[in-house]
Design a protein around this ligand. Sequence first.
Ligand code: PLP
Length: 485
Amino acid sequence: MDAEQLREYGHKMVDFIADYYKNIENFPVLSQVQPGYLRKLLPETAPTHSETLQDVLEDVQTKILPGVTHWQSPDYFAYFPSNSSVAGFLGEMLSAGINMVGFSWITSPAATELEMIVLDWLAKALKLPDEFLSTGQGGGVIQGTASEAVLVVILAARDKVLRRVGKDAISKLVVYCSDQTHSSLQKACQIGGIYPENFRVLKADPSRDYALSPDTLSEAVSHDMATGLIPFFFCATIGTTSSTAVDPLLELGKIAKVKSGESNSIWFHVDAAYAGSACICPEYRGYMNGVEEADSFNMNAHKWFLTNFDCSALWVKDRSALIQSLSTNPEYLKNKASQENLVVDYKDWQVPLGRRFRSLKLWMVLRLYGLEKLQAYIRNHIELAKLFEELVAQDKRFEIVTPRKFSLVCFRLLPPPSNEDYANKLNHDLLDSVNSTGKLFISHTLLSDRYILRFAVGAPLTEERHIVGAWKVLQDEAATLLSKC
Ligand code: PLP
């Protein structure tokens, strides 16, 4: 790395990115290119001779950006947000600059120690029980994604129970979740060798806004135990992907403990990938009640916490379970601090060996904004979502499908009278026509077989005018569709 070239090119790149953000509203939010568009625009082989940064940036402008869906656009309302911020960006930049690989403490003590400290800070901001802090038997670790977080806890829980009941019992291990749980749990079970027939997807209760009923879990666990199976893992969600339902953690957690007996208890994981961020506000912390019963808790700072992708915070109460499952100790990595058990080696808390200095960006977010501003940031998005909800509620052609809890509004266009069969196609068409305008981007889900539109507020640049503008586009496109019915 030539320092002077970095200075020159780095300034140019920052200018390029700053201009991108300045003009971001001019791009179609959802990329409008066709599959395979890029191969037609780029050479077949890598260049033999070096090119200039200017050449590359021109290609970014003319060939790459048209194929980008602009997640940072203020008119982005699809899926869940994936935040960026000046602090998060600078933290990423610093991490790229230092470019160390912090798998063991010795490979960069600051990387490990800062991660432990910053996750303790965040755990305290969320009022997680002290058992999740690194000062006891537990601790936090930054995974790339919530999918990796649930994978490592499945592996830890699986091995913990197999140590007790014997390896041959793997065919008897049962996992529970609801039909609203994110699909990453299913993938984790597939990787973890859990028998597919023992992956219990319990029906969430529409009358509880798609939260899981404790009775449903209780019955399923009792039934499996009666047939000689071994319930060992349960995942509850705060803020499900489809509609931000919140499972009743306290009751569900107690079932996980009582049914299987305190010492054999089911590993209870809480997935708060999206909504966890809101729980730094006292008025939303109530959704976490019952987290005391959990063995692990996850929230994605890269979703709604101003921290650039990727940064998924996972806390466990018993770090030894992770370590027993995931540690290796080859000769070439041996060192005094690790051998003497004086340090945390995060390689033993995750799937890969190598790891980036991701705590820097979270640290910078927490320091440059502070908890007060972060709370205000969350509240502002929730207010904007409320505004959108009110606009929808005032228009009799639409309905709100589930009560809004955080910053996601689930709604749909009502079909013409006595034409309910047509409702799903109508909403599918509305989604397509709205997204093809390029003026906003929303996504969809199915709830009780009904096609639902999802409007997720959470892009850092979104203001009231964007909500009002998006609603106008939705209304106009709906009017056109309804006129053709
Ligand atoms: N859990 C929930 C509730 C989610 O909404 C998502 C993604 O949106 C995930 C897990 C998976 O997140 P990741 O992409 O970090 O694996």
